[in-house]
Design a protein. Structure first.
Length: 427
């Protein structure tokens, strides 16, 4: 293993796996803190998917360090801590504490914090995060159900979470190339700064930053930060990329879409599915809370739909409705109820022979994948930037597309299936 990574949610982990695979590394995804039973076989990169984005910071630190220790013991030469390209966290939140704990563990004197993912519209300029052409604080992320992002200045956001001083490497330096960036790392270190936000406007910047990070024990950021890292190992090791396939074999069985993300992108994808005449059913959280709607009801509805097209069950709500629900039921309580119910639906559908799932939302995917007993994922073809098909190779045999709430084109729920080749039942 050359690169070991710890991701704070499962859709983020698949996003990172896709990036590392695209750059030629044989990459596997392990769900949860790895135990001695997981064989890393001949992977160049292993990404551990946690569900640690919104849990108490001390627990996130413990799980992340436990995972990192296993990866380092298995030979990982560089560690990535992957979080969201929109820096999803709260002031009590986990990016700073986990980064600092991993710095202690790896002995990395200085590390970077680079969430940028230009292919998905996330860039950083003068330390400010943009989503498309809006500041983070003016983007739909200001209304995220669990981690509303209201401050676009990442130096400020990260400093509120860190004990160590946070610094900034600006776009003008990145434009000068990797030697200038390396020199800036050293200058910032000499000035006492230990975690550095790095401006990034383009993929070319990501490659410059990646080159400057050769030999850095710990790198933190979004999946974009991994774009330039495999090249360092290719130069030093010459590893051979495996062939990439345009389509992925999927086990025989029915398909379903489960959406627990309230993002603008996911809500648009739900509207597109409705407009295309797909069968859709809404999880009504008030009805679930008082027992008028159950996971069994929702699953039975899906089972009863004709098998030709995947049915969609969604809980997604717009910002005003969500604010009302959260005021009544509590932010975490309502979120957890939705997650539990969708996980129950998924388990029932898997028991009924559904084998292909498209799941929208990071926390949602984490809850569902855990309920399904999925342990290890292989990475298949890219549906849209940041979202690949995956196949479970340990536990149940399933094809899974775990979509970050924010990612994907409006027709994502319609087109994703075209990349699968269905195996016959007796194959
Ligand atoms: N109608 C709803 N009411 C309250 N919470 C909800 C509702 N629908 C979804 N949620 C919660 O919102 C959170 C969305 O987070 P997540 O699944 O990570 O999506 P994203 O990828 O967009 O961040 C989940 O905890 C989910 O259970
Ligand atoms: O970096 C990203 O934007 C994604 O990889 C990510 O972390 C997804 O998180 P969710 O939006 O909660 O799915």
């Amino acid at each position: 293993m050359l690169i070991g990574a710890v991701a704070d949610d499962i859709t983020g982990a698949t996003d990172l796996c896709l990036m590392l695979s695209r750059e030629g590394m044989r990459t596997i995804q392990v769900i949860g803190v790895p135990t001695g039973e997981v064989a890393f076989s001949d992977a160049d990169a292993v990404v551990v998917a946690l569900k640690s984005r919104t849990i108490p910071a001390a627990e996130a630190v413990e799980m992340s360090c436990a995972s990192a220790r296993v990866l380092l013991a298995a030979g990982a030469e560089q560690l990535i801590f992957k979080y969201c390209s929109t820096f999803d966290s709260t002031d009590a939140g986990n990016i700073g504490p986990v980064a600092e704990a991993l710095q202690d563990l790896t002995g990395a004197p200085v590390t970077i914090a680079c969430p940028s993912f230009p292919a998905a519209g996330r860039t950083v300029y003068k330390g400010h995060l943009f989503v498309g052409d809006r500041l983070l604080s003016e983007s739909p992320l200001k209304d995220h159900p669990l981690t509303p992002m209201r401050d676009p200045d990442l130096v400020r956001v990260l400093q509120r979470q860190c004990r160590r001083p946070v610094g900034l490497v600006q776009a003008e330096t990145v434009a000068k190339g990797s030697n200038a960036v390396k020199a800036a790392f050293a200058e910032q270190y000499a000035a006492g700064r230990r975690i550095l936000i790095v401006d990034t406007l383009s993929d070319a910047d990501l490659r410059t930053i990646g080159k400057a990070c050769a030999g850095m024990k710990l790198v933190t950021g979004g999946s974009g930060v991994a774009m330039g890292l495999p090249e360092n190992f290719r130069q030093s090791r010459g590893f051979v990329p495996p062939p990439r396939k345009a389509r992925m074999a999927a086990p025989a069985g029915r398909a379903a879409i489960l959406a627990g993300s309230c993002s603008a992108a996911t809500r648009g994808q739900i509207e597109a599915a409705k407009a295309a005449g797909r069968r859709v059913l809404r999880l009504d959280i008030a009805a679930v809370a008082d027992g008028r709607q159950t996971g069994a009801d929702l699953a039975q509805w899906a089972i009863n739909t004709p098998a030709d097209l995947p049915p969609l069950i969604y809980s997604s709500a717009g910002p005003d409705e969500l604010a009302g629900i959260q005021a009544q039921m509590g932010r975490h309580e309502s979120g957890a109820l939705v997650e539990r119910t969708l996980a129950d639906v998924a388990r029932r559908l898997a028991d009924a022979g559904f084998s292909r799932f498209l799941i929208a939302g990071g926390e949602t995917s984490g809850a569902i994948v855990e309920a399904l007993g999925v342990k290890v994922l292989l990475i298949g073809p890219e549906i849209d930037p940041g979202v690949p098909w995956t196949r479970s190779i340990s536990g149940p045999d399933l094809a899974l597309a775990l979509k970050s709430g924010n990612f994907g084109a409006p027709d994502f729920f319609l087109k994703a299936w075209d990349l699968l080749e269905l195996e016959t039942a007796d194959a």
